[in-house]
Design a binder for this molecule. Sequence first.
Ligand code: HAM
Length: 429
Amino acid sequence: MIPRVKGTQDFIDCTLFNFIIDAIKKQCATYHFTEIQTPILESVDLFHRSLGIYTDVVSKEMFIIESRQSSFAKASEDREGDEDRICLRPEGTAPTVRAFNEHHIQTIPWKVFSYGPMFRYERPQKGRFRQFHQVTMEIIGSGSVGEDVQFITMLDRFFHETLHINSYALVINFLGCTQDRQAYLEILKKFMDSPAVTEKICAQCTERKKHNIMRIFDCKNPQCQEIYRNAPHIADNLCAECATEWQTLQKQLTLLSVSHVYRPTLVRGLDYYNKTVFEFVSKNLGAQDTFCGGGRYNQLVKQLGNKDDMPAIGAAFGMERLMLLLEPLRDQLNIPHPPALHMIIPMAPAQHTTALLLGDELRAHNICTDILFEGSMKSMMRKASKSGAAYALIIGETEQQSRTVMIKNMTTGTEQSVAQIDVVAMLKK
Ligand code: HAM
């Protein structure tokens, strides 16, 4: 047996997955988002330029595909081949921005969502996969803090009111504008350069200090965490305009009854963020406790080639983590039941044609129908019962000759002989 690839999953039952997708589609439509789809394959360069080369996703976790073109380029030492390198997308924001730029979208703000598989070469554990699914929602072309509030409210209402999840917290932070960030990086560097800090932090933090200093706050090492308790926070070092936006954000979220907690160390793992950042976290998930994350990325659209600056905000939630949270709440969700199954049982091959014709007729009237072609009467009845059939429609030699069907109600066990031309009318009653 060849097993599935490490870090991937089979969905044998897609009910919950499809329920979430249907629900978020409705929620997004209500908030004036439209659906888009972008390819799973993108150029490596897109993520180098957007997520940043020192982020974990780009430096360690990319699934890069050795395409025919790039191996040919390598063989012929053609350096241009490197620019054509392709990968399996690790996230959906950069592809959405690429699509926005490439299609010269003029309808602004552009509010779109998409969903599908993402790929990161991470160490698999509970809630962490190498192929996982995200729903990505992006708003390109609006810089107002009101947009942030409306967007975060949409997500909070979705998790809380539509999906009935109570066991989560919304954590928020404000990373300021480019100038704030530059100034803060100097302040943080000064703190990190003090011997009391340099000598005590772990090797990973020493490395992050060089290339991606704000990510030190994500370190799980208790000694490092203790040290960073005294670190300066970016939200305390904002310019006047950003400080006002940060206050407005918190005030308006409170007004809309969106509970939130300020987490000064929340920096998010990707380079493109500024100003508002947020995560929805749940203790019920274990170590991988974030099921949705996002924030503003006001520079990314220009950085990826647009001639104009275009403020933007977005978020993505992970389907696998959301499903982990929802599994115990299944009964509270309005998951639609599958339609009642009608199982046709021809007793011998001589009745197969009649069974096929009857099945065709039933399906034309949207009656969920299947036919069992193999096995003894007893084993076919057992199969019908195991597959949860509501009715068995038995056709033996007698029924074939008299143009009737024996309809057995699988719940009550009652049987009734019905003329074949009356079956649909009887079942539709
Ligand atoms: P992210 O925080 O990297 O953000 O991922 C968003 C969500 O995807 C996470 O909160 C988690 O639920 C899920 N996720 C990430 N990695 C894995 C994994 N290995 N296994 C299972 N689930 C995972 C982004 O991707 C940004 N593009 C979000 C965004 C959109 N920001 C602005 N717009």
